[in-house]
Write a protein that binds this ligand. Structure first.
Ligand code: ATP
Length: 251
């Protein structure tokens, strides 16, 4: 497993500097929180890492691999998976088919294979996906349409789909948005236990209590700049953070 490094990334949209010389890293086995007021640049940073936007300046690397400016599919195949602020599930398809889609996307075109070998791989992938669904508490709905699931379970399917690609880095954009506190707590526990298996998780999250509980380190963005990067205690004790984030009324 390899670390994600963002070095000196700047991204401008017409008159807006959405990211301004951003330096952050996410280490294998840790959860890195990405927090900050609305419009601070959190989603833009995720979009630059995943190749949805190229940066104007700076570099993104994963171990020895340079991701800067690479197409989205290549970055995904390098081991970067994500979920979106607004869910993008294949409506009307089963949970297992949605999750398998994540797996196929990551592995497609990898090698030319005989039909027989492909059939065997497909069976193996289905079995591995069922195991993953069991682990995420979705085993009982594997063959059910995602459209009929509760909001919390649909969010879980999104995470399962990202994990199915066996990433080194998983970027989660507000995975607990719209959840009940109990559902959010469960997702928090899931994120933490998943990271402990060795992947780096980058978590955009507005829920301060959850982010403090789940994250090893937190990067605070404000107006496109990282104003603090440290442990939850270090971050929330920082005067600049308190001033920028929720106008000083943090905890
Ligand atoms: N595609 C785009 N075109 C123009 N401006 C954009 C684009 N994407 C983001 N921006 C601008 O960049 C800035 C950062 O936006 P971004 O969505 O990254 O913030 P955020 O921290 O994720 O906010 P939120 O918490 O509200 O999701 C904002 O001023 C936003 O309007």
């Amino acid at each position: 497993m390899t670390a994600l490094m963002v070095q000196g990334v700047t991204k401008r949209f017409l008159g807006v500097t959405a990211l301004d010389d951003v330096h952050v890293d996410a280490r294998p086995g840790e959860v890195l929180g990405l927090v900050g007021p609305n419009g601070a640049g959190k989603t833009t940073l995720v979009n630059v890492i995943t190749g949805h936007f190229g940066p104007d300046e700076g570099a993104v690397t994963l171990g020895e691999q340079t991701l800067t400016g690479a197409p989205i599919e290549r970055i995904a195949r390098c081991g970067v998976a994500r979920t979106y602020q607004h869910m993008r599930l294949l409506e009307g398809y089963s949970v297992i088919d949605n999750v398998l889609a994540g797996r196929h996307q990551a592995f497609k075109g990898r090698v030319f294979q005989l039909w027989r070998v492909r059939r065997r791989e497909e069976r193996e992938q289905r079995a591995a996906t069922r195991e993953l669904l069991d682990r995420l508490g979705l085993g009982d709905v594997a063959d059910v349409s995602v459209s009929s699931l509760s909001y919390g379970r649909r969010r879980r399917v999104e995470i399962a789909r990202a994990l199915a690609a066996q990433p080194s880095v998983m970027l989660l954009d507000e995975p607990t948005a719209g959840m009940t506190p109990a559902e959010a707590k469960e997702i928090g526990e899931l994120i933490r236990s998943t990271s402990r298996e060795g992947l780096a998780v980058v978590l955009i999250e507005h829920n301060v209590a959850l982010v403090s509980e789940v994250c090893d380190r937190i990067a605070v963005l404000d107006w496109g700049k990282v104003i603090k990067l440290g442990t939850p205690d270090e971050v929330w004790a920082d005067a600049k953070v308190r001033a920028a984030y929720l106008g000083g009324e943090l905890l």
